[in-house]
Each structure stands twice: as structure tokens, then as C-alpha cells.
Design a protein around this ligand. Structure first.
Ligand code: FAD
Ligand code: HEM
Length: 393
């Protein structure tokens, strides 16, 4: 429990974090990887290189410091962190390692004068409090997932049943557990963790589940990223019959029950969680507007499946937008980037809808702004990032 004086110190540190949070977290990660190389496999080095993870952590720490007196206000952020940690299988014993590196970084970056013993004590107590919240919630979820039907803890072996090319860049992998037993159900929109060894290095990534939950198999659909380690490994080396290791489904970008019209907007490989959401929504009666943007037909995955669903389900209307017009046969509904005017035509007339969107960050920033300007209530829009969370405003 933090004392009043410690709370005051944390609050007073907010401006310093606002200015130098990323430098602090960069230094923190250098310390962590130097002193505890055993945690390296949990971290995606591309997110370190781009600075996205430093920004996400700095923002997390800042939000925490700002809300130290009203931790309930952190709700959404805690949920994103906990779900990501669960997919990565971060355990309570990791927290002291991270805590030690963080305190050391605060001391080294701020200097002895600012980072007095009292400041370090306050941050030590504050970190302990946050670690307790996160590790407590994560521990509860691990137990829940292990005890649920088809559930497990840690990594579980799955056999690749089939490998299906969906477009020039995206390939699906259908996987069933090696032990032949059922698998945990998941909520539409959730993702699984994948453990892979590439060139002798152990790595962890997350992939959205791209087909409805069926208790037997999981399907992921992986885009080949230029220079990407795990995606290229899957495309080039993982074949039907191979064993892969998965952690249980996780994630809070999930389709909420409701009867308002549903709008699913995706760009590129951001389509994957919306496929599971679409399958779930089509079991009910709500109208669904499925809007997908791709560069061109060659990289447009799942078009045939969506067209077939639209033909069978009158409640589903689909719209495709291609950045480039390739030829007479590609027949998108619009050419160019998804614009506000186009979106206005493709949304239901009433803007009282539930909207879910995902894609490259510039696409997400534009969609968020358009939805706001077109009158879709902010609390009815949902999004997720295929990487560390970032600001969209
Ligand atoms: C919740 C969630 C769901 C996701 N769902 C999906 C999904 O359904 N389908 C999907 O395809 N992806 C999905 N992703 C993304 C996925 O987890 C991986 O991030 C993606 O496949 C890239 O991983 P990789 O190992 O191939 O690339 P990485 O090795 O991580 O590299 C990514 C990029 O960074 C560059 N890079 C890597 N290291 C460095 C370096 N040191 N310096 C400079 N550049 C570098 C690479 O060249 C590449 O362009 C999801 C992510 C999240 C968080
Ligand atoms: C109080 C302590 C912690 C806080 C506030 C915190 C915060 C965060 C945040 C904000 C993210 C980004 C989430 C997202 O946007 O997807 C994240 C991801 C992550 N965290 Fe933590 N975390 C803490 C402890 C830990 C610990 C103990 C570990 C164990 C080593 C850990 C490992 C990771 C990893 C591996 C990622 C994903 C990084 C990536 O994508 O490369 N975290 N954490």
C-alpha cells in the first residue's frame, strides 16, 4: 500500500515522465536484456527497434502515474496489457526482474539528485502495487484457462492439418492439438500465442483466430512480412503434419453481444479477427456491413468466402475498396484509399452501429476519425493493434 507521501511523489513525477518517458523505457529495456537475457525470447525485437514497445510501456507507466489515486480509471489499459502478457505467458516470477531494471533505469536516467532514495522508494512501492494487480489478474486467467474444457497452461503441441494460400501474401494454417483432445473455445476476435524457433532463436508472436471457434481446431492466417522472422518461417518452412506450439486464446478485442447493425472494417491482414466476428454475427439476425480495403485483388484474401456468405445471408452486405485498379476482372466497389465519403455511403443510414476496425496504423487513424465525423458514437467503436498499442488521435 502506498503512503500519502509516496502518492504525492508519483504524481509529481508525471511531468518528467511526459517529457522523458521513452528515454527512460529505452534505458530500462537495455538494462533488462543485459541483466536478464532469459526474458529476451518474450520480446519482439522489431518492436524494440521501431520504438513501439518503448512508447507503449512509457504510456502505460504514465497513465498509471496519472491515475495513481483512481486505478479503476485504468480499466482498458490493464486489460490490453494482461491479455498480451497472458498470450506471452508472462509469470509472477518475471515481475521482480522487470521491477529491478526499471528502478535502476529511473536512477540512471534521472540522476541521483532527482531520483533520491525517497523517489526510488515511492516508485518501488508503486511498481509493486501495479505488479500485484497485473500478476494477480494474469494468475487468475491462467488458472481459469487451464481448468476450462479444452484448456491448458503454457505451450501445447498442435499439428498443422492444412496450409491454405489465401492470397499472394496471406496463408492460413489449420491446427489441431497433438493429443487429439478438444481445444478451449474462444471469443470472436481473440488471438493465440505462437512459439517458434527461427535460426536457433526462440520467438513469440500473436495471431488472431481467423475462423469460428469449434472446440477442435484453430485457424490462423499469416501475412508474409518482408524481412519478418516468424511469418516467413511459417510461409517457407511450416507444412501440413508439422508440430507447432501454441498458448491459449486471449485478447479483449472481442465481438460484444448486441442487436445494433454491425460494421466490420479491415485493411489488409487486419481482416483476420473480423472473419471470426462475421461468422459469429451471422448466427444471429443483426445486419452486418463488411468493409474491406486491400491494395489490389492479388493480395485480397478471403474474397470468395465473403462473397459466398453474402450470397447466402441477406443480412450481410460487403464492400471492397482497392488502392490500385488492376484490371477488368477485379471489380472492387471503389478504387483508391478508403475515404470518408465512401465510408458514409457504406455505413447503415442510422449511425447507431457497433463498429470494429483493424488494419495498418494510418488506415486505423483515418477510420477512427471518419467514424467520429460520421456520427458513430465513440463508445461503440472498437479497435486493436497487430503490435504494441499506439495513440490514434
Ligand atoms: C493481437 C495481435 C494479433 C495479430 N494477428 C495477426 C494475424 O492474424 N495475421 C498476421 O499476419 N499477423 C498478425 N499479427 C502480427 C504478428 O504477431 C507478427 O507481428 C507479424 O507476423 C510479424 O512477425 P515476424 O516475426 O514475421 O516479423 P518480425 O521479425 O517481427 O519483423 C517485423 C518487421 O520489422 C522488421 N524488423 C525486424 N527486426 C528488425 C530490426 N532489428 N531492425 C529493423 N527492422 C526489423 C522486419 O524486417 C519486418 O518488416 C498480430 C499481432 C498482434 C499483436
Ligand atoms: C508493472 C509491470 C508491467 C507493465 C506496466 C507492463 C506494460 C506493458 C505494456 C503497456 C505492454 C504493451 C501492450 C500492448 O499494447 O500490446 C506490454 C507488453 C509486453 N510486456 Fe509488459 N508490463 C509489465 C511487466 C512485464 C513483465 C514482468 C514482463 C516479463 C518479462 C513483461 C513482458 C512484456 C512483453 C514481452 C510484452 C510484448 C512486447 C512486444 O510486443 O514485443 N511485462 N507490457
Amino acid at each position: 500500500m502506498l503512503t500519502q507521501a509516496q502518492r504525492a511523489i508519483i504524481t509529481a513525477t508525471v511531468p518528467i515522465l511526459e517529457q522523458g518517458g521513452e528515454a527512460l523505457t529505452r534505458h530500462f529495456y537495455q538494462n533488462l536484456f543485459r541483466d536478464h537475457p532469459e526474458v529476451l525470447p518474450y520480446f519482439n525485437q522489431a518492436h524494440q527497434h521501431s520504438g513501439e514497445q518503448q512508447r507503449a510501456l512509457a504510456n502505460g507507466v504514465l497513465m498509471y502515474a496519472k491515475h495513481i489515486d483512481q486505478l479503476d480509471a485504468l480499466g482498458g489499459l490493464v486489460s490490453v496489457i494482461v491479455n498480451k502478457h497472458v498470450a506471452l505467458q508472462i509469470r509472477a516470477e518475471h515481475y521482480p526482474l522487470v521491477g529491478a531494471s526499471l528502478l535502476q533505469a529511473i536512477r540512471e536516467v534521472l540522476g541521483e539528485e532527482v531520483a533520491s532514495d525517497a523517489v526510488i522508494d515511492a516508485w518501488g512501492a508503486a511498481y509493486g502495487q501495479l505488479a500485484e494487480i497485473l500478476a494477480g489478474e494474469e494468475g487468475r486467467i491462467y488458472k481459469e484457462k487451464a481448468a476450462a474444457p479444452g484448456g491448458w497452461s503454457g505451450a501445447r503441441d498442435f499439428i498443422v492439418q492444412s496450409k491454405i494460400v489465401e492470397s499472394a501474401e496471406i496463408t492460413s494454417f489449420l491446427m489441431a492439438p497433438a493429443d487429439g483432445r478438444p481445444v478451449l473455445d474462444f471469443a470472436p476476435g481473440q488471438y493465440i500465442g505462437v512459439l517458434a524457433t527461427v535460426d536457433g532463436v526462440s520467438m513469440r508472436r500473436q495471431y488472431s483466430l481467423s475462423a469460428a471457434s469449434n472446440g477442435q481446431t484453430y485457424r490462423i492466417s499469416v501475412k508474409r512480412e518482408q524481412g519478418g522472422k516468424v511469418s516467413n518461417h511459417f510461409h517457407d518452412h511450416v507444412r501440413a503434419g508439422d508440430t507447432v506450439q501454441l498458448t491459449p486464446p486471449s485478447g479483449d478485442f472481442v465481438l460484444q453481444d448486441g442487436d445494433k447493425p454491425l460494421v466490420l472494417i479491415s485493411g489488409g491482414v487486419g481482416i483476420t479477427p473480423t472473419l471470426a466476428m462475421l461468422a459469429a454475427a451471422l448466427r444471429g439476425k443483426r445486419p452486418v456491413h463488411f468493409i474491406h480495403a486491400a491494395r489490389h485483388q492479388g493480395v485480397h484474401a478471403f474474397r470468395q468466402q465473403i462473397d459466398e456468405l453474402a450470397a447466402r445471408h441477406p443480412q450481410l452486405t460487403r464492400y471492397y475498396c482497392y488502392a490500385e485498379h488492376a484490371g477488368a476482372h477485379d471489380a472492387p466497389d471503389a478504387v483508391g484509399l478508403l475515404s470518408k465519403e465512401r465510408l458514409a455511403q457504406w455505413l447503415p443510414a442510422s449511425r447507431d452501429v457497433d463498429a470494429y476496425f483493424l488494419g495498418p496504423q494510418p488506415f486505423m487513424r483515418a477510420v477512427k476519425q471518419y467514424l467520429r465525423e460520421l456520427g458513430v458514437p465513440e463508445q461503440q467503436t472498437h479497435h486493436e493493434f497487430f503490435g504494441p498499442a499506439a495513440a490514434l488521435n
